[in-house]
Write a protein that binds this ligand. Structure first.
Ligand code: FES
Length: 175
C-alpha cells in the first residue's frame, strides 16, 4: 500500500551565535540531533554543560529560544536538578563531605572556613578559576572523617584549624 509522506515540521534556522563562540556550533549540532524537541531539554542541558562547563544565562536563553520554550521553564529545570550549575566551577572541585560521620565531627565549620579563606561562596570558583567548593554526601572515607576530596584525592582527619595550612600546603600542588 502506498502511504502518503507526512511533511516534516520545519526546523528552526540555525543562525550562528553572535558571540562567534564555536561551542555554540556544537550546541547547534546537539539541538539538531534531538530535532529541537522540547522533551529532550534535560539531555540538551546536559550536553551544554559539558561544552561550557556551566549553564550561563546566555546559553540558557539560546536553548530556550531554539526549543521555543519560556526561559522561566528552562531555569526551572536547571534549578531543580542538582547536577546542573549556573556558575562556573573551578578547575578542581573541593568536595566537603557533610555525611553523618563527617557532620558529627564538624564538617560544617570546615566548609565555612574553606569558603571564607578561599573567598568564595558554595559553587563559585576562586578568582584564578582553580577551585570551587561544594558539599557532598559521604565521599566513602568515613574512617577519615571529617574528610574532603579534591578531584580523586581524599584528605581526612581535618579540623577548622587545619584549613589554613591545608590551603597553603596541599592545595598548592593543583594548578
Ligand atoms: S560521611 Fe563523610 S566520608 Fe562518609
Amino acid at each position: 500500500m502506498n502511504g502518503t509522506a507526512i511533511p516534516q515540521q520545519p526546523r528552526p534556522a540555525v543562525a550562528p551565535h553572535p558571540s562567534g563562540d564555536p561551542r555554540f556550533a556544537s550546541l547547534d549540532e546537539t539541538l539538531d540531533r534531538y530535532h529541537y524537541e522540547p522533551t529532550a531539554l534535560i539531555q540538551i542541558l546536559h550536553a551544554a554543560q559539558q561544552l561550557f562547563g556551566y549553564l550561563g544565562a546566555d546559553v540558557l536563553r539560546y536553548i530556550a529560544g531554539k526549543l521555543r520554550l519560556p526561559i522561566a521553564q528552562v531555569y526551572g529545570v536547571v534549578t531543580f536538578y542538582h547536577l546542573f550549575t549556573t556558575k562556573p566551577r573551578g578547575k578542581h572541585q573541593i568536595l566537603v563531605c557533610t555525611g553523618t560521620a563527617c557532620h558529627v565531627r564538624g564538617s560544617k565549620l570546615i566548609f565555612e572556613r574553606l569558603q571564607q579563606q578561599l573567598g568564595v561562596a558554595e559553587g563559585e570558583s576562586t578568582k584564578d578559576g582553580l577551585f570551587s567548593v561544594h558539599q557532598a554526601r559521604c565521599i566513602g572515607a568515613c574512617a577519615l572523617a571529617p574528610a574532603i576530596a579534591v578531584g580523586d584525592d581524599v584528605y581526612g582527619k581535618l579540623s577548622p584549624d587545619k584549613i589554613a595550612s591545608f590551603i597553603k600546603k596541599d592545595l598548592k600542588k593543583y594548578n
